[in-house]
Ligand binder design. Structure first.
Ligand code: PMM
Length: 279
């Protein structure tokens, strides 16, 4: 059954919910609410990765993220930290974070792989070709699914060579990161080919611009981020049917409901198959 990761962006400038959970108390309350709504994991991040975003410095990212992770762990949640920086990851893992979600797959910080290896923590390695400031200029592929699969496979081998246990690695094709809308759709259509890498997949489609474009009104203006949750839930269904391990979403109830539909249909199908087999 596909897991649900709820998003807590402790940032002033994320594209979808910028500033709403910037305050520590608001971020903690939001994380607790996501868990109550059925999130299996809550992902806390302090750096906006929207195209063109400037990076916070280490001290600022630490100040945003660590107290929120600490309080959510204390409250009994399974917490992941969304960071490209080893020192932020280390501080959060020391406070009980169970997963490091690194959108750079270890490429942004040369110490990350060694830290993950030593800490023995689960690690999401996302497909990434460079920081947000200019990532869209790198959205050039021959065959996006084949290229992303190859580059993720290379990342895995480098991480394993650095001592990271293969069974700790989760892969993410990085929708929207150096990808056009067409690339994102191709990757969603090609999840079975990405699964051939033999590792669990995590997908982050939630409220992304390609969904806003899909839902554009008659004037051609993209639907705003908070009008993209039904489409996000539909992508969660696509992911679940492809056997994806976890989906990372802002609106937890809509994805939880959509995944319950997938599970009910799959149980009914299994029941029908068993009945057919015994007939
Ligand atoms: N997308 C964002 C941030 N972190 N992490 C993973 N693993 N995969 C993603 O697709 C991903 C991510 C950007 O979205 P946000 O600003 O709404 O959090």
């Amino acid at each position: 059954m596909t897991l649900v990761m709820g998003i807590v962006n402790v940032t002033p400038d994320s594209f979808s919910d910028g500033g709403r959970w910037f305050d520590e108390d608001a971020a903690v309350a939001h994380g607790l609410e996501l868990a109550r709504q059925g999130a299996d994991l809550v992902d806390v991040g302090g750096e906006s990765t929207r195209p063109g975003a400037a990076r916070p410095d280490v001290a600022e990212e630490t100040r945003r993220v660590v107290p929120v992770v600490d309080r959510l762990v204390q409250a009994g949640l399974r917490v992941s930290v969304d960071t490209m920086r080893t020192c932020v990851a280390r501080a959060c893992v020391e406070r009980g974070a169970v997963l490091v979600n690194d959108v750079s797959g270890g490429l942004a910080d040369p110490d990350m792989a060694g830290f993950v290896a030593d800490a023995g923590v689960d690690y999401v390695a996302m497909h990434w070709r460079g920081h947000s400031a200019d990532m869209q200029s790198r959205a050039v592929y021959d065959d996006v699914v084949a290229d992303v699969r190859r580059e993720l496979g290379e990342r895995v081998e480098e991480l394993v060579a650095a001592g990271v246990a293969r069974e700790r690695i989760v892969l993410d094709p990085g929708l929207g990161f150096g990808k056009t809308a067409e690339h994102n759709w191709s990757l969603l259509a090609g999840l079975d080919r990405l699964s051939e890498l033999g590792l669990p997949l995590l997908l982050g489609t939630s409220r992304k611009t390609f969904l806003g474009r899909l839902l554009a009104g008659p004037d051609g203006a993209p639907a705003p981020p908070d009008a993209r949750d039904a489409a996000t839930a539909a992508t969660s269904v696509v992911c679940a049917q492809a056997g994806v391990w976890c989906v990372r979403v802002h609106d937890v109830p809509s994805t939880v409901a959509a995944l319950r539909v997938v599970r009910a249909v799959s149980h009914a199908g299994a029941g029908a198959a068993a009945a057919g087999g015994s007939a």
